[in-house]
Design a protein around this ligand. Structure first.
Ligand SMILES: Cc1ncc(COP(=O)(O)O)c(C=O)c1O
Length: 372
């Protein structure tokens, strides 16, 4: 079966009890045990697992070509569970450009869990190779990356990690399984902030991990989730599942619209640089063409000038709303350094766009007006 079909049908079986086409939401926090003390229907307590969450996990494993999946209260809860599943003494390699809170978690918290962390340009194979040590147990990939849209050669870095005895995790939040399936490229785990495209409507927070294998790593992460409690609620699981059913169609339009916006921006005199892997000028263009079926709805660009000029442009858009986050149907514009705070390494004149599903002509007209 093709991706579009799987995304609509996986985990979406008609409800046996009622015949309902839309999956039911089970809010129960606890489940009846049998007289002998067992859990014959497989459920015991909400933090361990519940039927709505299970439907979502079935869908996620299917769309990411994994054997299993786990869902979390947020993307960061998923990141945390992976790090907490690493044995103490592990060295973790993080990319220099990635969602800033992941880097902060690595530098501020990982040492408390007995981990050491190095930050490296993962888009450069040579840099990644130099940074790996005999203690490296985990190599973190984010592609395309937030906010510089760096493209990492997933297959090459995964091979490198495996050759040195390390696991490879790919944050595929920007790409989604519609456009990129890292497990098919050899990755052990794929992470998504389902707050973004999987949910798709800026109204749900969630995180997801898809696992290549239902093995010991899966069990350790599941155990970390159960004990630390970062599990997804039934309602949020239900919303993410609803999002997944229209994901393929949405990602097609997000990608088309972002391509149109990227082409417009790259020809504009007030734009110094555009970061979008779909542009032939992007250094990761060839790798993106190999590992992605389209380049998605995220892009960033540098405004000629500095922080003030960038903020002024963001202040003049009417359709693009000034806000953080991404992946919803509506277009957003963000002065990324302001959101990342004082430790930000993002250029002060960078604006990040989450290109929505509006008509591309209207989006381009809005940016033309704002750029002046
Ligand atoms: C690439 C990426 N990964 C992970 C996260 C964290 O997800 P959440 O905000 O759902 O915790 C984000 C959030 O913006 C993100 O952009």
């Amino acid at each position: 079966m093709r991706f579009e079909t799987i995304a609509i049908h996986a985990g979406s079986e008609v409800d046996e009890l009622t015949g309902a086409i839309a999956p039911p939401i089970h809010l129960s926090t606890t489940f009846e045990r049998s007289a002998d003390g067992e859990t014959p229907r497989g459920f015991s307590y909400i933090r361990d697992g519940n039927p709505t969450q299970e439907r979502l996990e079935t869908a996620l494993a299917a769309i990411d070509s994994g054997q299993a999946a786990l869902v979390f209260a947020s993307g960061m809860a998923a990141v945390t569970a992976v790090l907490q599943a690493m044995p103490p003494g592990s060295h973790v390699l993080l990319p220099d450009d990635c969602y800033y809170a992941i880097r902060a978690l690595g530098t501020e918290f990982a040492s408390r869990w007995g981990l050491t962390v190095s930050v490296v340009d993962m888009a450069s194979f040579a840099s990644a190779e130099r940074a790996i040590t005999p203690a490296t147990r985990l190599v973190w990939i984010e592609s395309p990356s937030n906010p510089l849209m760096k493209v990492v050669d997933i297959e090459a870095i995964v091979k490198l990690a495996h050759a040195r005895g390390a696991l490879a995790v790919v944050d595929g939040t920007f790409a989604t399984p519609v456009l990129q399936r890292p497990i098919e490229l050899g990755a052990d785990v794929v992470l998504h902030s389902s707050t973004k495209y999987l949910g798709g409507h800026s109204d749900v927070q969630g995180g997801a991990l898809a696992f290549a294998r239902r093995d010991e790593l899966f069990e350790r992460v599941e155990r970390a989730r159960l004990l630390t409690g970062g599990v997804a609620s039934p309602f949020n699981s239900w919303l993410v599942m609803r999002g997944i059913r229209s994901l393929a169609a949405r990602m097609r339009v997000h990608s088309e619209n972002a391509s149109a916006v990227a082409e417009f921006l790259s020809a504009h005199a007030r734009v110094a640089e555009v970061f979008y892997p779909g542009l032939p000028s992007h250094p990761g263009h060839e790798v993106a063409r190999r590992q992605m079926s389209a380049c998605g709805g995220m892009l960033s660009f540098l405004v000629e000038g500095g922080r003030e000029e960038a903020l002024a442009v963001a202040g003049r858009t009417r359709l693009f709303t000034r806000a953080t986050s991404l992946g919803g149907v509506e277009s957003l514009i963000e002065h990324r350094a302001s959101s990342e705070g004082p430790a930000s390494k993002t250029p002060p004149n960078l604006l990040r766009l989450s290109v929505g599903l509006e008509h591309p002509d209207d989006l381009v007209a809005d940016l033309r007006e704002a750029l002046g």
